[in-house]
Write a protein that binds this ligand. Sequence first.
Ligand SMILES: NC(=O)c1ccc[n+]([C@@H]2O[C@H](COP(=O)([O-])OP(=O)(O)OC[C@H]3O[C@@H](n4cnc5c(N)ncnc54)[C@H](OP(=O)(O)O)[C@@H]3O)[C@@H](O)[C@H]2O)c1
Length: 170
Amino acid sequence: MTGHTIPEPDIYDSLDGQVALVTGATRGIGAAIARQLVDLGATVYAGARDTADVTASDQRPVQLDVTEESEIATVTDRIAAETGRLDVMVNNAGVFPRSGPLHETATEDFDKTIAVNLRGPTLVTKHALPLLLDSDGGRVVNLSSNLGQFTGGKWRATHPTGSRRLDSVG
Ligand SMILES: NC(=O)c1ccc[n+]([C@@H]2O[C@H](COP(=O)([O-])OP(=O)(O)OC[C@H]3O[C@@H](n4cnc5c(N)ncnc54)[C@H](OP(=O)(O)O)[C@@H]3O)[C@@H](O)[C@H]2O)c1
């Protein structure tokens, strides 16, 4: 490297006073995003199927299986009651069944992938939108997969289908 520095965009300066919800915040990318948002000053609601899996003491764990609309509604109601706002919605929760070609794909795997990777973030966004629209510059971040661009490979039938459709609603 020749001494280049990566400029820090203003958007990352501070999220003080802002509120974020991250789905699938128990591990992996979701846990890292939740940690980063806390570091930037946001109040972070960490979605988890089992809230005991959220170990960060500076986050607010919330019971949130994205396939359960009643849990989604409970979470957004709680955020509205506790903070009155939502600035950042991160749809991170996802599953990755390693299916083969369509004719070898278990219908249950297909249904689960669509439920978690497509229906889930769509409904979470639906319930979050009233709060996001009230915020000055509310943002929705959808984690998808470049596998959505492919029709071949290891995840041939199931994962690309969910990802491509999520791209289309994001
Ligand atoms: N890792 C990659 O290389 C990669 C590449 C492209 C895109 N992505 C995308 O990035 C996101 C996160 O990937 P990752 O690698 O961090 O995944 P991961 O380590 O497998 O974590 C998945 C997260 O989703 C949660 N989850 C699964 N089903 C759920 C449900 N029904 N309701 C709520 N939460 C649920 C899991 O919760 P539990 O702890 O309860 O299981 C976990 O917190 C995914 O959307 C994925 O498509 C990842």
